[in-house]
Design a protein around this ligand. Structure first.
Ligand code: ACO
Length: 382
């Protein structure tokens, strides 16, 4: 039975390095990551099929309701999302009050918190899920325009989630290939098993807190470079490497010097991340020139990691080609991680709903390693 949070120890295959590696922390019917076969499944469907043939809205429906929508259900969800694309006055005041130097990821986290404070009461519901997911791109685009001295724009109800986001950022009709690329990106990243930010959202939900608090906490977890903060750092790395000729010496020095290469390695995948395969093909088409360097760096890094870090089984993860793809649809580096959040909001909220549908408080234990039985000395004698 799905208890939502049954903690079980699986037999570890190697010495425990901490970080809850190999621990099953929840049961879920939302997505499955098979790190050995390199497969990602959303509610029974292979990610390759979904990335090539569905819209973000179809996948959000799949994650939230458990099945792919028919035409009528899809139209209904699209119109509900479109109806929620407004910013309440209290939230807009908070967004306007932020310094223009604020990182968009921090602005998004603040806006979600302000939205919760202004409108949310009670237990998480599907209506709140739709209302929040609809607003992620709206909050982000509003802040991004304000910090560049432009007024936020009104959403266009006839546009889908990806197209409306691009429109709100630029104020012009987005190109079809940009909408298609961003949509596939949003599908690919919308859920991923018990990753750090999803686990965070479930922990908060398990205390019977509200949906905004769960998602604010998840945004905090996603922000770090070991999770969703890597793609702009991949871009920095490629810019620093600069040329194909420079790649081998740069990578050798970095790996030998103990540097972690951004966009490589994964806790669960011990083979290529299937999302990276999709994004690689999309990046090849979208930016053939930039792709030459990225691909060469990937090939060299994989062989050098194999040589210098034998047995670690390090491959490219989803973040490596995310940067190239987002660049090609015209998103700036500071929007890479919050755009990841625009996608993952669908998965986080699905997990919050799953958690509260069959809840038990998530409360693990710690192994105490401090001293015992110390003699207590009162303050004026210390
Ligand atoms: N570059 C070089 N070496 C690496 C890398 C890397 N990117 N990743 C892991 N290693 C090495 C470690 O140094 C370690 O070597 P050691 O045994 O000599 O100490 C070994 O491989 C195991 O690494 P851990 O850090 O224990 O692996 P863990 O499962 O904890 O980390 C993580 C996974 C955080 C993704 C890691 O691979 C990493 O830091 N990658 C770079 C950041 C990144 O790309 N993050 C995005 C992840 S994808 C996502 O969250 C959407």
């Amino acid at each position: 039975p799905n208890t939502g949070n049954t903690a079980q120890n699986t037999t570890p295959t190697k010495p425990n390095k901490g970080g809850l590696e190999g621990i099953v922390a929840a049961s879920t019917a939302i997505s499955k990551v098979d790190g050995t076969a390199g497969r990602l499944i959303y509610r029974g469907y292979d990610i390759h099929d979904l990335a090539r043939s569905t819209s973000f809205e179809e996948v959000a429906h799949l994650l939230w309701f458990g099945h792919l929508p028919n035409k009528q259900e899809l139209a209904s969800l699209r119109s509900k999302l479109a109806a929620e694309r407004s910013i309440p006055d209290g939230v807009m005041q908070t967004i306007r009050a932020l310094p223009h130097t604020t990182e968009p990821m921090d602005a998004l986290r603040t806006a979600v918190s302000a939205w919760g404070a202004n409108v949310i009461t009670g237990k998480p519901t599907i209506e709140q899920t739709i209302a929040l997911t609809a607003r992620f791109p709206v909050f982000l685009a509003a802040f991004q325009r304000l910090r560049h001295g432009q007024e936020p724009l009104e959403s266009r109800p006839e546009l889908g989630h990806a197209a409306n986001y691009l429109y709100l950022l630029r104020g012009e009709e987005p190109k079809e290939e940009h909408v298609k690329g961003l949509n596939s990106y949003l599908v690919l990243l919308s859920d991923h098993g018990m990753n750090a930010s999803t686990f965070t959202s479930r922990i908060v939900a398990s205390t019977e807190s509200d949906i905004a608090s769960s998602i604010v906490a998840a945004l905090g977890a996603l922000k770090g470079p070991l999770h969703g903060g890597a793609p702009s750092k991949v871009q920095d790395m490629l810019m620093e490497i600069g040329t194909v000729e420079n790649a081998e010496s740069w990578l050798r020095e970095a790996i030998s010097g103990g540097k972690k290469l951004m966009g490589f390695g994964h806790r669960v995948y011990k083979t290529t991340d299937p999302r990276a395969e999709e994004l690689r093909e999309m990046a090849r088409v979208a930016d053939p020139t930039g792709f030459v360097l990225a691909r060469r760096v990937e090939e060299l890094a994989l062989s050098l990691l194999d040589e210098l870090k034998p047995g670690r089984r390090l491959y490219t993860n989803v973040e490596y080609y995310s940067a190239a793809l987002m660049n090609s649809v015209g998103l700036s580096g500071d929007l890479f991680t919050p755009t990841f959040a625009v996608s993952r909001c669908a998965g986080w909220t699905a997990h919050v709903l799953e958690q509260v549908s069959n809840n038990r408080l998530i409360r693990p234990e710690a192994e105490y390693t401090g001293p015992m039985d110390l003699h207590f000395v009162p303050l004026n004698e210390r």
